[in-house]
Structures are given as C-alpha cells and as structure tokens.
Design a protein around this ligand. Structure first.
Ligand code: PMP
Length: 357
C-alpha cells in the first residue's frame, strides 16, 4: 500500500514484525520469550482502590520511585538511569540520540531484528558483521573497525542465546573510545555477566535492560538504560521531546515492586535456568543440536526433519515456537522456556512427531 498523503520517510519504512501473539486460549506459548511465572506476588496488594483513583493524575515524568529502586538494586546513582516504555523505546532513544548517522553503526548479522528498523527510521548507516561459524559474536571484527558510528549487540545475543564474557566486552571498550557502545542486556539475568559494573569506567558505554523477561512484565512495557549522566541526559532530552509520560502509573508501580522483590526474581530465574538445562538435555537426547544458551530460550536444530516442518507440526499440537526463515538460522527453532509441565509437553510432542524418523 502507499498513499500520496504519506511522507517520503513512511513510504520507505520496513516496520519490525513482532512474534505472533495469538489471542486464543489453551496454547502452549513458547514463541516470544515471555516469563512463564507471574510478576511478584507483592504487586496484588498494591493494586488497590487508591492506585485506581490515582489514575486520574499524570504519572511522575521523572519516574523517581522506580529510579530510586533501580539505583538501590544496581548500585548506581539515579542520574545514571533512564527508564522508558519497554527497552524498545529506550533503544529508539539511544539510536536517535547517541549514534552518529554518517558512519556505519556496527551490529551482528544475526541479532535482534529491531536494530535495522531503527536505523531506517532515523536514517542511520549500518554494517552487519557476521557471527563466527559457531554463532559466537566475533568481537575482533569490531575491534578492527573503530571508525564506526556506534556499536550495539545483545549480550547474550538473540536469537542465538550465546553470551560474551565481560572481559571480551571490556577489550572492545578499551579500543572503541570515540563512539557509543550499547550492550542490550534483555536476557542477562538468565546466566550472563552484566556490563553495568563497567559504566563508571567507560563514558561511552550504555547498558540497556528490560523488565519484560526476568521480571515477568512484558505486558507492562518497562525498560531502562544505565550510563554516565551525559549519555542519560541525551536519552531524557529525546524522551521529553516526544512523550514525557512514557511510563504509566501502573507500569511504574509494577516495575518498582518487581525490582525491590529480589528474592522472587532470583527464584524465578533459577527455576527457568534449571528448566532450560533439562529441556536442552532432553532435546539433545532426541538428536537435536542446541546452542549454549544463557537466556530464557534455546536455539534448537532438529536433525531428523526440517525445522519449518517441526514448527508446523508443533503448531498443530497447540505448541507455538518461533521459526526464522533467514539464512544460517533457518534450520533452527527458537523455543522459549516455559514451566516444567509446558516443556514436558513440548518434549512429548517432539517425540511423537519425530518417532520413526
Ligand atoms: N532487546 C532484545 C534482544 C529483545 O529480544 C527484546 C524483546 N523482543 C527487546 C530488546 C525488547 O524488549 P522490551 O521492549 O519488551 O523491553
């Protein structure tokens, strides 16, 4: 479709296609890396009449309560933190506010699909550097390419699930001093090392996290960035030129409770990691190749039938996983980690589909 009323920018945009969100009940939904456990149980007691009555008021545009909780949890000052409507929004602010549009921004060839979309939205040049044969991010290529407009990659990477060690990230930061390096830590809580500890040392480092995965709040849309105050100020400026109230009152309440309830968060992460390891072992037993995951999903390559065929067969059994029809990963399925019962059902379905192959 096109229209004479569209701006030239809109005409050439290729929007991001989110994973399928089927609105039918009874599916085992393992396709968009949501947490199978509910948000902190402490939230329910706070969703009272007073919280509802307060919805008549605008939220705090500075999100002081949430920033304070994050500051206590992360051990960084509140002026090092920007919060937003999902880490997608934070990433959008960062692409627009911190990357240099005229030198290529570097990111992996297999990574989060939104990065190319933000580049086209904001007119930013980019270059995708190939992952190594084993799907690891080959940081040498970035280290040899410091004339860039910025660097971004998820750690752990998505959709591969593979994590880089903090020392490798620091080696990049030591040489890449003239442009901003963004580490997208959407999945860091499931077994990788966070780069937040490097923020004090590297003025060009921005770490982005989300409450959608490890804090079970995908439906509430909350993300945040940690960086030195001048980087954070750039994000705040964009936010305040666009939507000063990007986080609603209920989202801020849910996020604050989720950050403060450390015990519940840690218990959920530990459970998901244990279920991930069980699922990986079971699928390996069934002849799959599994990439080493530090996330709440696994990339699994079936060796007895094409991935696309298995995707369709699972769907017929009401199990939804993610298939990417893209070079290098078209033989894999990305499977989010659900509850033990959901993963047992997945393994049983895989066994019945692949029996005799
Ligand atoms: N980064 C990565 C690598 C992701 O996979 C996702 C989730 N699709 C996001 C960022 C965005 O998460 P959210 O907007 O829900 O915080």
């Amino acid at each position: 479709m096109s229209s004479k009323f569209w701006s030239p920018l809109v005409s050439q945009l290729e929007p991001y296609t989110p994973g399928e969100q089927p609105q039918v009940k009874g599916l085992i939904k393992l396709n968009t890396n949501e947490n199978p456990y509910p948000p902190s149980p402490k939230l329910a007691a706070l969703l009272d009449q007073a919280a509802i009555n307060n919805l008549r008021l605008y939220p705090d545009p500075n999100n002081g309560g949430l920033k304070k909780a994050l500051s206590d949890y992360l051990g960084v000052a509140t002026d090092h933190i920007c919060v937003g409507n999902g880490s997608d929004e934070i990433l959008a602010f960062a692409f627009q506010g911190l990357f240099k549009p005229d030198s290529p921004v570097l990111f992996p060839d297999i990574t989060y699909g939104f990065y190319t979309v933000y580049c086209s939205l904001y007119g930013i040049e980019y270059q995708q550097l190939p992952l190594a044969e084993n799907f690891d991010i080959a940081l040498d290529a970035y280290i040899n390419h410091t004339a860039n407009g910025g660097v971004i990659f998820p750690n752990p990477n998505a959709p591969t699930g593979i994590a880089k060690a903090l020392d490798d990230i620091e080696a990049l930061l030591k040489v890449n001093t003239e442009s901003v390096v963004i580490i997208d830590e959407a999945y860091v809580d499931f077994g990788a090392e966070s780069a937040v500890s490097l923020v004090a040392k590297y003025p060009n480092l921005l770490v982005v996290q989300t409450l959608s995965k490890s804090r079970s709040l995908a439906g509430s849309r909350i993300g945040f960035a940690v960086g030195q105050p001048d980087l954070i100020e750039a994000l705040e400026r964009i936010k305040n030129c666009f939507n000063p109230y990007s986080l609603d009152r209920l989202a801020e309440l849910a996020a604050t409770v989720a950050i403060e309830d450390v015990d519940y968060f840690q218990a959920c992460c530990a459970k998901i990691i244990a279920t991930r390891e069980w699922t990986a072992a079971e699928l390996t037993e069934l002849g799959f190749d599994i990439l080493p995951s530090k996330t709440n999903f696994i990339m699994a390559k079936p060796n007895t039938l094409p991935a696309r065929e298995l995707f369709t067969a699972l769907r017929e059994q009401n199990i939804v996983v993610r298939y990417f029809s893209k070079p290098r990963i078209e033989e894999y399925l990305r499977i989010s980690i659900g509850t033990d019962a959901e993963m047992q059902a997945l393994v049983a379905a895989v066994k019945s589909i692949t029996a005799g192959r």
